[in-house]
Design a protein around this ligand. Sequence first.
Ligand code: ARG
Length: 578
Amino acid sequence: MKLAHLFKQQVASMLQPVTLMTEEELIQMLEVPPTIDMGDLAFPCYTFAKTWRRSPDQIATEIITAIEQPLADAHIQAQAVGAYINLTWDRAYYGTEILSSLEEQQNTELQIGTGKRIVIDMSSPNIAKPFGVGHLRSTIIGAALHRIYQAVGYEAIRVNHLGDWGTQFGKLITAYLRWGDPEQLKLNPIGESLRVYIQFHEEVEQNPRLDDEARDWFRKLEQGDAQAVELWHYFVDVSMQSLQKMYQRLGVEFDAVLGESFYNDKMPAVIAQLQRQQLLVESDGAQVVRLDEQELPPCLILKSDGTTIYPTRDLATAIYRKEIMGADQLIYVVGGEQTLHFKQVFEVLRKMGHSWATDCIHVPFGLMKVDGKKMSTRKGKVVFLEEVLDQAVERATQIIAEKSPDLPNKEQVAEQIGIGAIIFGDLKNNRQNEIDFSLKDAVTFEGETGPYLQYTYARIQSILRKVQTMNNSHYNQTTIELETNTTNREWSHVSWALLIHLSRYTYELERAATQHEPSIIARYTLETAKLFNQFYNKDRIVDAPLSVKAQRISLTMQTGLYLKRLMTLLGLQTPEQM
Ligand code: ARG
């Protein structure tokens, strides 16, 4: 049985001999009509008017006549409406089969990524600086992509490329030794490091010698000075602990945490190779790789004081991921402001002779503001991620108190809703868009929100519980299958629309994976919930007429399974009751 997204292929192959176009072109031309009572697909005939020298309306009628037999054989009805051919699939003929194929569709292992390993660079915050909104987006998008890649067969590895090295650690050590409070650092590592870090930036304006001091400390750190290394370890440890709490709340895990410092001993080999290949040239005392032919600015490799820099580390990192971790594809989920950086790094890799540089993919995303504020800045005015999470959960708590005061596990559900609101508020947008995130809008049960999805899922579970108690296990899966196969042949518009929508799952999943775009799944999930609610508002389910009751309960059950699967892909929890 072909699933409904193959409907297009089905008619395209009939239209091919008549129109003399390729199947591909025909599939492109087929449209989904604005309302379902107009049909399932529509084929516009304007394009042929010129060559065929007839009106499009006339052509529509002629084409229908030409493919009458194959249409009839396939149980498809065609009607010429102006320049369009509206096509309607026989619901009685197809419905039952599509419904029973839904379960199989969800359990079929997809093959796009089979045998391929993908390494995902995600989250990657800078230690000792606040967790910025870019890191939040990278975490949320990266985690969703990881599950999407896995769902299409890849072996996907999540790497947190912590920013745990660089001159800022010289500044941090300098500032901490002067103004730091060890007690505070233990209690609130990110806040305390940020406080002294900000103080450093304020005081350095009066006292430029602080900069020299910081440089000295970083040099000492690079040379392995005991005190510097100990302080650095301490900063990394306490920061990691507080990051871990946040990751836990967001439900995000990593397969490896390999910070920038991990590549310290792997850079000399890269630099030596660049020298051997005569790719390094001097520029203002620094060493760079020129990328003139690519019309890119030169890629900085060594600063004038001989220290390495961000791109140098990324070269070593990519080579490690390819050669040691065995990556077939290297994905970097990093903000769009680093597009140039990645172009340069990938170009340098290519110049070094790494033909796999084409398997390196920067997956950029746009900026996000939370309630009009940037989530973090160096100058102080920051909203911390934890505050954002707490506020979302607090709002959820209030709504639950109003809407379902009797819910047994209120606190747990509030956390699931609050966090879900933030995750979905991010993922529903095309990742490259800039987002003006409003907490209030994100944490409501209506509209395009995570809580709306969760609420819909909980509603389905409550319907199914009702069915259970009414029929007391009468409607178990086999009974439903039996009845769907024999009795119900009628499909209402709303139930048919939902059915067809669910049958597109694989298609949407594969699209999301190949375009590295979780919003495809997010929008598809939203549409699933909307269509279900339309179905629920229009059609009776629990007390439906006997001829369609089993069909509708089965459709409800499948929708619940699909919603759960889809929400899990996105990183949303699915409370059974709300
Ligand atoms: N820590 C970096 C930043 O905050 C992001 C790192 C992204 N990953 C990478 N391989 N460069 O800007």
